[in-house]
Design a protein around this ligand. Structure first.
Ligand code: RM4
Ligand code: MN
Ligand code: MN
Length: 408
């Protein structure tokens, strides 16, 4: 018996004895998929400095190679989200072929409206119509890029906002925002959706133009059915109940997906599940209630001091494990406890699932997908990071500047 089987069999038996349909759980796990971000493989740091890692990718093609390694090991990360102009290339056809040849597909396209000096007072909300036009043209160009890459989403986060009361008219900014996004939405082909991401702070200090899920939702409702809200786990005030936001958005059919990461203090972009694994499980618990398909799940992290590919593998594993725990919830018993008004029975049922060690189950499913039972062990044993450090020397294409780890 292999190691995987000897740990798996008692778990599978226990689950089956407890009334679980183990085969159905495994099918759901095998279908689970996550997008990893091209920008999570490249240079990043804090506003105080960047620590370049040997072996980090020099361009988008090498970022795709790292993403392919993560998928090879986990079997669960078949798509890579892209960021423009960071990932701009001369020949999109070549990029598209490289993505496909690497066994991947293009994930969401993320326009970048936060670095050009013209956007100092805002991009699509800017009081200057010429600058608004420039921002809208970038968004329209990203729609084209997504079409050429076969991507099915625009994923938009704006840094727009004001620093002082009186700096600009808040309602006029909202009008400009709504009409700019309406132009973008009008240009979206049927095959693409628009994800609108909110964040309550940074980089503006007074009024953020899309600061919370409610203002994102209102925009989406004004745009049309293919506009949905994207929840980034680092973009709320401390203590906010993110899983409740998930429930509310899902009920309105406006939950577009996630940017997964974890934080201790602000938008720290640490490895998902590393700080608050219970919150992550409760988010998956909400996703599994109500019978809607799982929305787009993307990692949005900044690996400043940790080994980048290993960090991404660990993130995918944390997501896979958290999701599989949510599949173990006895939903019928939970509904009964809720009908009975039995406060702690429902809570215990969640904890039963959360406290199950699902690692053998995930390992078995990964093996069946042709991936690895022990992805981190295999990554280290194969010396991927060392090999890349030898191969990837010389010039690096500029991407995220110093400071992005904090401002994002
Ligand atoms: C933002 C936000 C976006 C990400 C950029 C890099 O804060 O989280 O999703 O695309 O940073
Ligand atoms: Mn994000
Ligand atoms: Mn962020």
């Amino acid at each position: 018996m292999t190691d995987t089987q000897s740990a798996y069999q008692p778990l599978a038996r226990r689950l089956a004895d407890g009334g679980h349909d183990v085969a159905a759980i495994e099918r759901a796990l095998a279908a689970f998929s996550v997008e990893t971000p091209s920008w999570g493989y490249g240079d990043s740091g804090t506003r105080f400095g960047v620590f370049p890692q040997p072996g980090r990718p020099r361009d988008v093609f090498e970022k795709i190679a790292d993403a392919a390694e993560v998928h090879r090991l986990t079997g669960t990360a078949p798509a890579v989200a892209l960021h423009f102009p960071w990932d701009a290339v001369d020949d999109l056809g070549e990029l598209s072929r490289h993505i496909a040849d690497s066994g991947l597909r293009a994930g969401a396209v993320n326009p970048n409206l936060f670095q050009d000096p013209d956007y100092k007072l805002g991009s699509v909300t800017n009081p200057d119509p010429g600058i608004r036009r420039k921002a809208i043209e970038h968004l329209l160009q990203c729609v084209q890029i997504a079409s050429e890459l076969g991507s099915t989403a625009q994923s938009l986060w704006l840094a727009d906002g004001t620093n002082y009361a009186g700096q600009d008219d808040l309602r006029a900014r909202r009008d400009r925002l709504a009409s700019s996004l309406a132009e973008l939405y009008g240009a979206l082909p049927e095959t693409q959706e628009l994800l609108v991401e909110y964040k309550f702070f940074e980089p503006a200090f007074y009024a953020i133009d899309i600061g919370d899920w409610g203002s994102a939702l209102l925009l989406c409702q004004g745009l049309g059915p293919r506009a949905r809200v994207l929840v980034d786990l680092g973009h709320h005030a401390q203590g906010v109940n993110v899983e409740q936001i998930v429930a509310i958005l899902a009920r309105e059919d406006r939950l577009g997906g996630f940017h997964f990461n974890n934080r201790k203090y602000a938008d720290d972009d640490l490895i998902v599940g590393s700080v608050n694994p219970l919150e992550l499980f409760l988010i998956f618990t909400e996703l599994g209630s109500g019978g809607r398909p799982i929305p787009r799940l993307t990692i949005d992290q900044s690996h400043n001091i940790e080994a980048k590919v290993e960090a991404m593998v660990l993130s995918v594993l944390n997501l896979q494990e958290s999701y599989s725990k949510s599949l173990l919830i006895d939903r019928a018993a939970l509904a009964q406890a809720q009908r009975d008004g039995d406060v702690l029975r429902g809570h215990e049922l969640l904890l039963d699932a959360y406290n199950t060690d699902v690692r053998p189950l995930c390992a078995k499913v990964r093996e069946e997908l042709g991936a690895s039972a022990d992805p981190i062990g295999d990554l280290r044993a194969a010396g991927y990071a060392q090999r890349m450090a030898q191969q990837r020397t010389g010039e690096h294409q500029a991407t995220a500047p110093a400071g992005l780890g904090v401002i994002e």
